[in-house]
Design a protein around this ligand. Structure first.
Ligand code: NI
Length: 398
């Protein structure tokens, strides 16, 4: 009798190639059948059915639209969580592809179908080597990344991070060419907060402005003044965005309306700056509306925390990328002002969220995430699987 031989990283990583076609097939199934945030019932059932058919996984449903699979190795060791988000967006797909969305008003326009398929591939691959693994891998298929308050916090509350030593995840990234992997050390994705403001004046005839308090003229001043916060009150070296994205008022050319509605988003990294933003905004809104005799109603909602990649872990995973693919694959990326609820897991364990290039200009795959013509180069799926396989094995200490 010989002692069990631990699988070499190279062996398992090489086996990712054999799974690439299956991963593409899963992705296309999910792409055809998208479900938006908190409504991923069919998606979760599909994931569940794939996972329970894999020998060696313990599959559970922490919420009605999420799935977790645990793979316990032959001996104790570290516990590594791998997260995939599974939800689609309320968008009508405009791509003419064989795997086009069959659901009106829903589309996988952010690549979460790919994330799900990659992690299904990872579960398949690692479960096949269970006898030779030490520790536990926890595969988290998370609902509702796209819609605040998000699914991650709910899953953390349900205990999916209990006992986890490190957590990793990835995002397919269409603005980066396929074949590249991007890692950001430290702050990587911003805190995405939202605000709403209703300005109430006094409506009336457009030809008699002196008898009204015009909320459109006041709202325009508010929009302009809000831009001064980032321009004049925030350290130029500190990233911040304040975008007013809705300005709704009026019904006719000859009527000054009673009120105007504004909403938008604020993106920051620094917690102290983040805390200051709502009071700075309200101070301006109060001053301008009061100055013109109007009133306001301002609400500010905190979104996800910023994604902050653990520095030591990022360095380790950069080493994994270099060894697995070659140093030229590693793309040093700057932080992005988009938000991600992967940050919820990072409150419980050190984590790294990676970007996997999925764009291909030659093939016209250049549309931005959340665009009705968004797509990925499916070669990115195999690359993502290979990366997660090598990264998970590294963290398990194989
Ligand atoms: Ni996304």
């Amino acid at each position: 009798m010989s002692a069990p031989v631990a699988p070499s990283v190279a062996d398992l990583v090489a086996r990712t190639d054999a799974l690439a076609e299956q991963v593409i097939a899963w992705r296309r199934h999910l792409h055809r059948n998208p479900e938006i945030s908190f409504q991923e019932h069919g998606t979760a059932q599909f994931i569940h059915d794939v996972l329970v058919a894999i020998e060696g996984l313990e599959v559970s449903r922490p919420t009605t639209t999420s799935v977790v699979a645990q793979l316990r190795g032959a001996s104790p060791g570290r516990t590594i969580a791998v997260r995939a988000d599974i939800d689609a967006l309320p968008i009508d797909e405009e791509n003419d592809v064989p795997y086009r969305s069959t659901v009106r008003g829903a589309m996988h326009a952010c690549g979460h179908d790919g994330h799900t398929s990659i992690v299904l591939g990872l579960a398949t691959l690692l479960a096949g080597a269970r006898d030779q693994l030490a520790g536990e891998v926890r595969f988290i298929f998370q609902h509702a990344e796209e819609l605040s308050p998000g699914g991650a916090e709910e899953l953390v509350q349900a205990g999916v991070m209990d006992g986890v030593h490190e957590v990793i995840g990835l995002h397919l990234w269409s603005s980066m060419p396929v074949g590249k992997i991007g890692l950001v050390t430290g702050p990587a994705m911003a805190a995405p907060d939202t605000f709403q403001c209703t300005i109430t004046g006094k409506g009336g005839h457009a030809a008699l402005p002196h008898d009204t308090v015009d909320p459109i003229a006041i709202g325009a001043q508010v929009v302009t003044a809000l831009q001064q916060i980032v321009a004049r009150q925030v350290d130029p070296l500190e990233p911040a965005v304040l975008s007013v994205t809705q300005f709704i008022a009026g019904t006719a050319f000859n009527v000054i309306p009673n009120s105007a509605y504004l909403s938008g988003t604020v993106r920051t990294f620094d917690p102290a700056l983040r805390r200051l933003m709502p009071e700075r905004m309200e101070r301006l809104i109060r001053g301008i509306t009061e100055g013109f005799g109007a009133t306001y109603d301002f609400t500010y909602e905190l979104g996800y925390r910023p994604v902050v990649n653990d520095a030591a872990l990022t360095e380790r995973l950069a080493g994994v990328v270099s060894r697995t693919f070659g140093a030229e694959v590693l793309e040093p990326l700057r932080p992005v002002m988009g938000g991600e609820d992967f940050s919820a897991y990072q409150q419980r364990a050190p984590g790294v969220f990676a970007f996997v290039g999925a764009g291909n200009a030659e093939r016209g795959i250049t549309y931005a995430h959340h665009h009705p013509r968004f797509d990925i180069d499916e070669a990115s799926l195999g690359i993502g699987l290979r990366y997660l396989t090598a990264a998970t094995l590294e963290l398990l200490g194989v």
